[in-house]
Design a protein around this ligand. Structure first.
Ligand code: HEC
Ligand code: HEC
Length: 434
């Protein structure tokens, strides 16, 4: 055990240095359901990840979920050219968890959209891709993504069938250099033999079938029948607490959250599918500016560095242009897609940049809205809520957690495509590369 005794203090220093030099990361891990890793070197350290108590895999009837959706959700529209079938869903699920889909065989979709962390990542404000490259935005949850009319925080994509090539090819995510390269690599994996052909009437992996399979799996990640649904749509009078009912009244009344996070007569997706400037982009930029000024220069020695110096070093985070990147219209700067709030309690941290660590901070953000921002949506304005009212809203958001456990257990049962001994020769990405 001697080697560990000397490694532990080094790890402690690495943690201290990491927190001091990377204030954005420090902010992201201090609060919320993810891990505050301070003290992780101690033997009594306990993780706070939202993992299920026991990690057992149990497959569920995924296709059935798309036929009969749970209470609170509208009927599902499935594209005619990509009907949901058992084979397509199973294949998409296999692809989703397969790390060999990335250039160096290390990163799967599920490593940023982590099933036991709300199909997002509770521990990172912004995603980290292949070889530790930073992606710059928060991984959105994939629960109920079947209902999305636009995808990505800036709304640049419209269908799951088109979306999947972006992470597969993005140099900071899965980093495959081309579609051709990727398809060749997939064709060389013996455990995919015949799977595409049986799911797609004889067609192998190609430009269309790969994202169609992935879309089919993601479409089944439907979660509803929350306590809110049982109260609001199911007339179960005891499903909500008094505080949650007060929170709902604020949500649809004085706080007017439902102007954007919509509740319809017979269902609720908690989104208007539109893009708005709520001023969130500025939160991170301001925090980075004020906090990056304290820099650790030697063990235990901090130095105050003027924000201007930090900026000149390129360390300050510029606000994300948002929907402007899609339209080129300056009025669309800082506009982001309204996310659904279903399962919000499972999907911290929040906003396109993960800048708000928990729901209490989200509500506090809407309550004060202090940043001067000429492009801000007029529906977002200071609310003047009492502490009790803020807590009621947080409680209400907690009632939007639907049934999701069987989807997580199903994910645990999914095959993790890894470089197995029998497949090593053909599956080794460097082999295919040559
Ligand atoms: C490196 C982390 C990472 C990996 C790997 C990754 N994603 Fe994502 N995903 C993200 C981030 C970050 C976003 C938001 C990006 C943006 O808005 O520009 C996103 C957005 C999405 C969205 C849009 C969701 C919405 O509601 O707008 C879908 C769908 C999605 N990813 C599916 C996938 C699939 C399928 C794969 C594997 C082929 C994958 N992702 C791999 C991080 C990742
Ligand atoms: C003008 C439309 C609008 C109004 C009004 C509004 N929101 Fe939002 N909400 C948004 C948009 C847009 C985002 C995404 C912002 C981003 O990604 O930076 C968002 C994000 C959120 C998130 C984070 C979700 C996630 O997964 O990251 C929560 C929680 C939330 N809003 C709750 C509320 C509450 C509570 C209210 C009322 C006090 C409210 N919203 C009022 C448009 C609105």
């Amino acid at each position: 055990m001697r080697p560990f005794a000397s490694v532990a203090p080094m790890r402690r220093w690495a943690a201290v240095l990491g927190l001091a030099l990377c204030p954005a990361l420090a902010l992201a891990v201090v609060d919320g359901p993810g891990d505050d890793r301070r003290g992780y070197e101690r033997p009594d350290y306990q993780t706070r990840s939202l993992a299920l108590p026991t990690r057992v895999g149990q497959a569920t009837d995924l296709v059935g979920r798309t036929r009969q959706v749970p209470l609170g959700l509208p009927p599902l529209t499935i594209p005619k050219d990509n009907p949901v079938s058992t084979q397509r869903v199973a294949l998409g699920r296999k692809l989703f968890f397969d790390r060999r889909l990335s250039l160096n065989g290390t990163q799967s979709c599920a490593m940023c959209h982590i099933p036991e962390q709300g199909f997002t990542n509770n521990e990172l404000a912004t995603a980290v891709g292949i070889e530790g490259r930073s992606v710059g935005r928060n991984s959105p949850t994939l629960y109920n993504v079947a209902y999305a009319q636009r995808l990505f925080h800036d709304g640049r994509e419209e269908s799951l069938e088109q979306q999947a090539w972006q992470p597969i090819l993005h140099p900071d995510e899965m980093a495959n250099p081309s579609i051709g390269f990727f398809l060749r690599k997939l064709q060389a994996l013996p455990d995919y033999d015949g799977l595409f052909e049986s799911a797609f009437a004889g067609r192998g992996p190609d430009l269309e079938t790969v994202p169609q399979a992935l879309a089919s799996y993601q479409r089944t990640l439907i979660s509803g029948n929350s306590r809110f649904d049982r109260w609001y749509f199911g007339q179960a009078a005891n499903a909500l607490t008094a505080a949650e009912i007060r929170g709902l009244a604020l949500f649809t009344g004085r706080a007017n959250c439902s102007a954007c996070h919509r509740i319809e007569e017979d269902h609720a997706l908690f989104t208007d599918h539109q893009l708005h400037n709520t001023g969130t982009g500025l939160v991170r930029a301001r925090k980075a500016e004020s906090e990056a000024t304290r820099v650790l220069v030697a063990p235990g020695v901090y130095m105050e560095v003027p924000a201007a110096v930090i900026r000149s070093l390129g360390a300050s985070a510029n606000p994300d242009p948002g929907h402007y990147r899609v339209t080129g219209n300056p009025k669309d700067r800082g506009k982001f897609l309204t996310p659904s709030l279903r399962n919000a309690a499972l999907t911290a941290p929040y906003m396109h940049d993960g800048s708000l660590p928990n729901l209490a901070e989200v509500v506090a953000f809407y309550d004060r809205v202090g940043e001067p921002n000429p492009l801000q949506d007029p529906l977002v304005r200071p609310l003047g809520l009492s502490p009790q009212e803020r807590q009621d809203l947080v409680d209400f958001l907690g009632s939007l957690t639907g049934e999701y456990q069987d989807l997580v257990l199903d994910a645990f049962a999914a095959p993790i495509g890894d470089v197995g001994r029998s497949q090593r020769a053909s599956a080794d990405p460097t082999e295919v590369h040559r």
